[in-house]
Design a protein around this ligand. Structure first.
Ligand SMILES: C/C(=C\CNc1ncnc2c1ncn2[C@@H]1O[C@H](COP(=O)(O)O)[C@@H](O)[C@H]1O)CO
Length: 184
């Protein structure tokens, strides 16, 4: 049975998402998710930048009262958000992904490009090998990840995955479902 919101422990939720400026179909969904996250007292762990969807999510969490934990990287530190509650600067992308995972209780993958895909696949690969057990949810706004889900189902059906797909990752249609899947 799901716990009442007031009884749920606040989580550090890591969000991977696009650094690009996007259509309202994506920004509206990101704003809604970010607001829920902040209102429920969770903290956002994210790439630290103040651009694109990353900014939309950080703004939404902060405006709703949530904490911001940025994990930037040396070559992008000049575009890091100024008013995050914490900002860590790592030496390179590999160190950054490790720090993001270490600081998080759960991971949500929102719409994004190669940067987001790189982060998502690394986190899933580590989970596959039992290097962590943190839940990973793909927020499939407007069916953006339908193709990826199809590909992963094929990997599972044809024996490419050593663990059942549903033990590796869950897909959510919106922010409410994503938090529900995390019990958050
Ligand atoms: C505004 C400028 C650069 C900002 N770019 C990024 N800042 C911080 N983190 C980034 C940036 N680009 C990629 N990342 C990380 O990858 C994910 C987004 O990548 P995508 O390819 O846009 O999906 C995101 O989760 C970040 O952690 C100057 O041009």
């Amino acid at each position: 049975m799901a716990l009442e919101p007031s009884l749920r422990a606040p989580l550090n939720i890591c969000v991977f998402c696009s650094a690009a400026e996007l259509d309202a179909v994506y920004t509206d969904a990101a704003r809604t998710f970010a607001r829920l996250l902040g209102e429920r007292g969770h903290s956002l762990v994210w790439g630290g930048s103040d651009s694109g969807l990353m900014k939309v999510v950080a703004d939404g969490v902060q405006e709703a009262g949530g904490r911001l934990i940025g994990i930037s990287v040396e070559f992008l530190k000049n575009v890091a958000r100024a008013n995050a509650d914490e900002m860590i600067v790592t030496a390179d992308l590999a160190e950054r992904k490790a720090a993001m995972l270490a600081r998080s209780d759960a991971i949500v993958v929102m719409v994004g490009g190669t940067g987001t895909l790189d982060e998502a696949t690394e986190i899933l690969e580590l989970r596959k090998h039992g290097m962590h057990t943190k839940p990973v949810v793909i927020l499939n706004t407007a069916g953006f990840y339908d193709g990826l889900r199809e590909q992963m189902r094929r990997m599972e059906a044809e024996g490419f995955l050593p663990v059942p797909l549903d033990k590796l990752v869950s897909f959510a249609d919106d922010g409410t479902e994503a938090l529900e899947l995390l019990g958050a």
